[in-house]
Design a protein around this ligand. Structure first.
Ligand code: SF4
Length: 260
């Protein structure tokens, strides 16, 4: 007898996929919720997922690589992931997800909104996975998503106070001002990011080349410029009336393919 089609919904730890989980809970009760856990997520993300699990009354399955980030970093000889060498998404997120689904037929519910329909997200190339976009199909935009989160009592993740998107604490897509936010909110994780940059603990296998998380400077150099970065951020904010903590207005590329 053929296996039944699975219904799956990937949570990124951000507001859109969370709102979609809330939106779909009673529409497709058999949905399996999952979260691709790199082991380097923000503590706020784990808290947010736990809160959501209580609301859904269901476990959010954690999918992770058999190996740690440190293992993969050694394999890549200390080459930090970057927009042009984005090995992290493949080995830490996409491979575990595709292994979990295997050859099962699955419908994957993706939280792209109607007002961002042109944005690219991850859509599996595997023929047994069909991606669907309920917010786009139903014409739901940012204000609808915010209403869903407020009405459910879940709200937005608390990291939105200082960072615009979910993802690894060391994500190379974060803005320079967000690195300062990481330093101020999680000094231990900032220090760990500095260690990765300095290749501490795997100097023996690392290549000689210097790799930085943030373009054009080390994290220590970035931190030394914190006042000018903050000032520039304020100017940008007032010049364009942009709420920099509204991820709808943020960098379009910021980890979009990590929002599975
Ligand atoms: S959040 Fe950033 S660092 Fe983490 S897997 Fe995604 S692209 Fe890579």
């Amino acid at each position: 007898m053929p296996r039944p089609v699975r219904h799956i919904l990937g949570l990124s730890g951000g507001k859109d996929s969370t709102a979609l989980a809330i939106y779909m809970r009673d529409r497709v009760p058999e949905i399996e919720y999952f979260f691709c856990d790199t082991g380097a997520e923000l503590p706020e993300t784990y808290e947010y997922l736990s809160k959501l699990e209580v609301y859904l009354g269901k476990e959010v399955v954690r999918l992770s690589s058999d190996r740690t980030f440190d293992h993969w970093l050694k394999i890549y000889r200390g080459t930090l992931p970057s927009p042009s060498m984005r090995w992290c998404t493949k080995v830490m997120k996409i491979d575990p997800l595709e292994k979990w689904i295997g050859s099962d037929k699955a419908v994957s519910y993706v939280g792209l909104r109607a007002d961002e329909a042109s944005r690219k997200g991850y859509a599996s190339l595997k023929k047994n996975i069909l991606s669907v976009f309920p917010f786009i199909e139903d014409g739901l935009e940012l204000h609808d998503i915010e209403a869903i989160l407020i009405e459910s009592g879940i709200g937005k993740p608390s990291y939105y106070d200082w960072r615009s998107r979910s993802g690894c604490y060391f994500c190379f897509y974060q803005r320079k001002s967000e690195w300062i936010g990481l330093h101020d909110n999680h000094p231990d994780l900032f220090a760990k990011s500095v260690e990765y940059e300095q290749k501490k603990g795997f100097e023996d296998t690392a290549s000689e080349t210097q790799y930085n998380w943030s373009q054009g400077e080390t994290l220590s150099e970035l931190l030394a410029r914190r006042n000018s970065i903050r000032e520039r951020n304020r100017e940008r904010h007032s010049a364009h009336l942009i709420d920099i903590l509204d991820d709808n207005q943020g960098s379009d590329d910021f980890c979009s393919a990590c929002h599975l």
